[in-house]
Structures are given as C-alpha cells and as structure tokens.
Design a protein around this ligand. Structure first.
Ligand code: PEP
Length: 252
C-alpha cells in the first residue's frame, strides 16, 4: 500500500528560534499522539541542522524547500543537495510553483535538481500544478503531464519509485481557495493514469500523490477520503502545531 503523508512547507517564515520552538512542539505532540501517516516538515535551510538534532525522525521526517542545480563550487548563496543531506534532512521539495515563477526554475533546471537530490539520497517531493488561466482554458492535464515529462519521467523505474508527487493548483496556493475534493480527485486520478502509462500500473499504485493548496483541518478529511489523494503538502496551516496536527488527524 502506498504511503500516506502530510508534509509542511514553512516557506520563508520564522526565524531560527521560532522554528525550533515549532518543531519541538510538534515533536512532543506527535510523540504523545502518534500519527496514522507519514509526517514531514520542510523548513528554511538555516533551521535544518538545529532541528535535526532533536527531531524524532521516525515520526517526523525533515526536509529542505529547495536545493541547487549544481553539485558544488562558485555559486554564491546556493545550497547543494549534499549540504542539505549533511544536516540530517531526508527530504527536499522541488518544483514548487513559487520557485518556478519567481526564480524562473525551468523543467531542465528541475531535472538537474532531482538528479542531484537523488544522488545524495534525498527523497524528492516534486510539485506540479496549473495556473488559474490554464485551468480556465481546460489545460490542467496538459500542464501536469508536461511538468512530469520535463523533469521526472526521465528517471528509471527504481528512481521514480522514490518520488512523492504533490499536485498543487497555483490558484489554490495561499489564496484560501481550495480545489473541491472532486476537482482534486479528477486530476490526481489522471496523474496516476499517466504514471501507469509510463511506468506500469504497479508503480502508479505505489506512488504517493499529495494535494496542496489551502488545505486545512476543515477540508482535509473530505480531500483525503478520495481514493487517489494520499495526503497533503501544507503551507500556511503548517505554521502552527495545532493547525498542522488537525490536518494530520484527518487520517485517524
Ligand atoms: C504550498 O505552498 O505548498 C501550499 C500548499 O500553501 P498553502 O497551504 O498555504 O496554500
């Protein structure tokens, strides 16, 4: 059975002290009340090494929100996959729409990042999703297919099996507008069908596909009840332990 996951994406929020406090609170909460799913927190780079010191990674996986598309060298300000791994983190989010849009990350750049992340034994949470304009033009399937083909369908079956996909309609991220459970299920099922076409049904059945976009405790149960939605990638609602726990508890 494929893994159910609730992953938090802290984005550029919280200084080191506040980040440590949140991770500690979550760690204690989930140790006392064990989740029925995998839980991951993806934090700014600067938090990783400190949080890795105390986080019980059997219960909460730790990840970065990005890594460089180069192995090492004269790339001022960049952080490599190897550096991320050396902090004790296990995951990395790649392909987030904010990085595609604001930092002009192309499918080719993301393909390099995925290869380097996997080379350094990081589990990739790979984000895909259409803009409002693309949804209104009925192009959502085309867009997600091109994003998968552009950056991860080059992987061997063995390596593709290590990827977690996050479907995040851009129009639902941070806007308070959630895709309906039916809208999300429709495209999740489509994503699974193209994975089946490429790698076979067994791989598709084992691939975890998360939904992201204004997911919160109130709508998570309905979304997670859908057969092809295996959890969530959570932005805003991952910044408070109680809100994040409310989403995790949707699997109970
Ligand atoms: C995200 O950015 O990955 C996300 C899903 O954000 P939010 O939950 O705030 O919409």
């Amino acid at each position: 059975m494929r893994k159910k996951i609730v992953a938090g994406n802290w984005k550029m929020n919280m200084n080191l002290q506040d980040g440590i406090a949140l991770a500690k609170e979550l760690n204690e909460t989930l140790k006392a009340d064990k989740p029925n799913c995998g839980v991951v927190i993806c934090t700014p780079f600067i938090h990783l090494a400190s949080i890795a010191q105390f986080l019980d990674q059997d219960i909460i996986g730790l990840g970065a929100e990005n890594c460089a598309d180069k192995e090492k060298g004269a790339f001022t300000g960049e952080v490599s996959a190897e550096m991320v791994k050396s902090t004790g983190a296990q995951y990395v989010i790649l392909g987030h729409s904010e990085r595609r849009e604001y930092y002009k990350e192309t499918p080719e750049i993301l393909k390099e990042k995925v290869l380097l992340a996997q080379k350094n034994d990081l589990k990739v949470i790979f984000c895909i999703g259409e803009s409002l304009e693309e949804r209104e033009a009925g192009k959502q399937n085309e867009v997600v297919k091109a994003e998968l083909e552009g950056s991860v369908f080059n992987l061997s079956e063995e390596d593709f099996r290590k990827i977690v996909i996050a479907y995040e309609p851009i129009w639902a991220i941070g806007t308070g507008k959630t895709a309906t459970a039916e809208q999300a299920e429709e495209i999740h099922a489509y994503i699974r069908s193209i994975i089946a076409e490429k790698y076979g049904q067994a791989v598709a059945d084992d691939t975890t596909i998360l939904y992201g976009g204004s997911c919160k405790a109130s709508n998570a149960p309905e979304l997670f009840a859908k057969p092809d939605i295996d959890g969530g990638l959570i932005g805003g609602a991952s910044l408070k332990a109680a809100d994040f726990k409310g989403i995790i508890d949707a699997w109970k």
